[in-house]
Write a protein that binds this ligand. Structure first.
Ligand SMILES: NC(=O)c1ccc[n+]([C@@H]2O[C@H](COP(=O)([O-])OP(=O)(O)OC[C@H]3O[C@@H](n4cnc5c(N)ncnc54)[C@H](OP(=O)(O)O)[C@@H]3O)[C@@H](O)[C@H]2O)c1
Length: 266
C-alpha cells in the first residue's frame, strides 16, 4: 500500500492532516498517522473518521513510502532510528526538524530525504512552505512532495545553506509580525483610550490589507511609505521614529534568532 504516513499529531502534524484532506489532495484512505500518546491518535480518529491510525511508528513505516516526520527536532533522530530497521531503502522521508541537516538524516537510514519547513499560516492556505531535497530524491518523489505541500500554500525550493534565513522569514515571521501587531495595537490603546480589542482588530486588518496591497500592486514597501507618509504629516512622524530605531532592533532580533537556530536539535 502506498499511503502518505505522518508521524506526530501535534500542531504541525494535525495541520498537515487537515490541510491535505480538506484540500482533497489526499483521500481518507491515502493517509496514515502515528503519534506517541493514545489521546493524540484518538483526537485524530475523531476529527477524521476512517483515517488509518498505526499503533506504532514501525507499523506506519511498513505501510507508507512517503513518511513525514513532524516530531520535535530533539525527537527526530530517535524516530528515524526506530523505523530504519523496517524500511527497505525505497522510502522518501520528509523531515520538519529545524537544525537537523540532510547529511545527518541521510546517515540515519538508506532512503531519500527532504527537509521541509512549514508555516503555521498554512492552516488557512497562506504562506510559504520551504522545501530542500536531498541529492538522492528522484524527480517523481520530489514532485509528489511538492504537490502535497502546494495544496496548503506556496512552495519555495531553497538550498540548504539558505534554510536558516528563509526559515526566519517564512516560518518564524508570522510570530514576529504577530508580536509587532500586538505592540502597535497595545501602544495605540494605551496612548488614546481606544478600546484594546478594537485597536487589535483594526491593526490586524490593516496588516493583512497592507500585505495584500504590496502583493497585488507589486509596489515596494518604500513606494508605499512614500505614498502614505506625506511631508509634515502624521505618518511621516511615525516612520521617521521607526527608521531611527528599527534597524538596530531588527539586526539584534535576526542575530539572536540565527544564533538560536544553530543550537536547535543539537
Ligand atoms: N509550529 C511551527 O510553527 C513550526 C514551524 C516550522 C517547523 N516546525 C517543526 O515541526 C515539528 C513539529 O512541531 P510542532 O509545533 O508540531 O510540535 P508539537 O506540537 O510538540 O508536536 C510534536 C508531536 O510529536 C509527537 N511525538 C513526540 N515523540 C514522538 C514519537 N516518538 N513518536 C511519534 N510521535 C511523537 C507528539 O505526539 P503526542 O501528542 O502523541 O505526544 C507531538 O504531538 C518540529 O520539528 C518543529 O521544528 C514547527
Amino acid at each position: 500500500m502506498d499511503r502518505v504516513g505522518i508521524i506526530g499529531y501535534g500542531h504541525m502534524g494535525s495541520m498537515l492532516v487537515n490541510g491535505f484532506l480538506s484540500s482533497g489532495v489526499l483521500g481518507i484512505d491515502e493517509i496514515m498517522v502515528a503519534s506517541k500518546r493514545q489521546e493524540s491518535m484518538d483526537a485524530c480518529a475523531a476529527a477524521w473518521p476512517g483515517i488509518g491510525i498505526a499503533r506504532t511508528n514501525r507499523e506506519l513505516a511498513r505501510q507508507c513510502r512517503l513518511i513525514i516526520i513532524t516530531v520535535r527536532p530533539q525527537e527526530t533522530r530517535g524516530v528515524l532510528n526506530e523505523i530504519a530497521s523496517v524500511m527497505d531503502g525505497d522510502e522518501h522521508v520528509v523531515s520538519l526538524a529545524a537544525g537537523i541537516s540532510l547529511e545527518d538524516l541521510e546517515g540515519l537510514f538508506s532512503g531519500s530525504v527532504t527537509r521541509v519547513v512549514p508555516t503555521a499560516t498554512s492552516a488557512v492556505g497562506q504562506g510559504t512552505t520551504l522545501v530542500c531535497h536531498g541529492r538522492q530524491v528522484g524527480m517523481l518523489d520530489a514532485l509528489r512532495a511538492e504537490g502535497l505541500f502546494s495544496s496548503i500554500g506556496n512552495v519555495a525550493l531553497v538550498d540548504e545553506v539558505n534554510l536558516p534565513a528563509a526559515t526566519l522569514l517564512s516560518s518564524c515571521g508570522p510570530g514576529l509580525l504577530a508580536a509587532i501587531i500586538e505592540e502597535l495595537a497595545g501602544a495605540t490603546a494605551r496612548a488614546s483610550g481606544l478600546e484594546a480589542g478594537r485597536a487589535l482588530a483594526l491593526t490586524t486588518e490593516m496588516a493583512a490589507a497592507t500585505a495584500a496591497y504590496l502583493r497585488e500592486t507589486g509596489k515596494t514597501p518604500g513606494d508605499l511609505v512614500e505614498e502614505v507618509a506625506t511631508g509634515g504629516g502624521v505618518t511621516e512622524a511615525g516612520v521617521q521614529r521607526l527608521r531611527e530605531r528599527l534597524p538596530g532592533v531588527f539586526d539584534g532580533t535576526v542575530a539572536a534568532m540565527l544564533e538560536r537556530y544553530g543550537t536547535v536539535g543539537k
